[in-house]
Design a protein around this ligand. Structure first.
Ligand SMILES: CC(C)(COP(=O)(O)OP(=O)(O)OC[C@H]1O[C@@H](n2cnc3c(N)ncnc32)[C@H](O)[C@@H]1OP(=O)(O)O)[C@@H](O)C(=O)NCCC(=O)NCCS
Length: 158
């Protein structure tokens, strides 16, 4: 059984937050340092946790009993769109198809809520993530403030 088959998804609980912060720091520290500079301090972490708990939906990705990643999204009210805040996979588990599985799960959730448009923004310097989103079928719409905005229209399968 490969990693794609082994990974599972569930709603985030408060006890997952420590792991989520660790994953975020591990794989985003370079980007955060480059983009937000001084914001990468205690206030940033507090603000991140507050948003994590209060904004949208966070699903953890786990294998056996440990967390290997998460994704975070929110519906844009009355616009039939879903905005992807982030998808993050633990460094040692990247490039094994798990991000792609998470994206499929997210699309499934969106369609179940009648949503056909996915949106996200990603830092222009995060070339690996942009490649990942392109490979998942997203297209660049426009660039603004150091971020690339991307879009994908999804359809119900046969
Ligand atoms: C971006 C990310 C979510 C991708 O998850 P993943 O599980 O590694 O991605 P997958 O294994 O499903 O990759 C699918 C395809 O995306 C592209 N891709 C993924 N990682 C890539 C990389 N580092 N460089 C170039 N292309 C990449 C490839 O086309 C890949 O297919 P292939 O492996 O057959 O060539 C993961 O690398 C990550 O967590 N990165 C750090 C956090 C981040 O930047 N998140 C996005 C912004 S919030």
């Amino acid at each position: 059984m490969d990693w794609r088959e082994r990974c599972r998804f569930r709603d985030m609980t408060n006890s997952d937050i420590i792991d989520i912060i660790a994953i975020t720091k591990e794989n985003m520290s370079e980007i955060i340092r480059y983009t937000w500079g001084a914001l990468r301090d205690q206030n940033y972490e507090e603000c991140f946790i507050k948003n994590l708990i209060s904004v949208g939906t966070v699903k953890t990705i786990y294998s056996n009993s440990f967390i290997i990643g998460y994704f975070w999204f929110n519906e844009i009210n009355n616009e039939e769109r879903l905005f992807i805040n982030s998808i993050r996979i633990k460094f040692d588990y990247q490039r094994r198809g798990i991000g792609t599985q998470a994206m499929k799960r997210l699309e499934h959730e969106a369609l179940a809520h009648g949503i056909r448009h996915l949106r996200l923004s990603v830092q222009v310097i995060n070339l690996k993530a942009i490649e990942f989103y392109r490979s998942s079928g997203f297209q660049e719409v426009f660039q603004e403030g150091g971020a690339t905005h991307m879009h994908k229209e999804i359809f119900q399968g046969p």
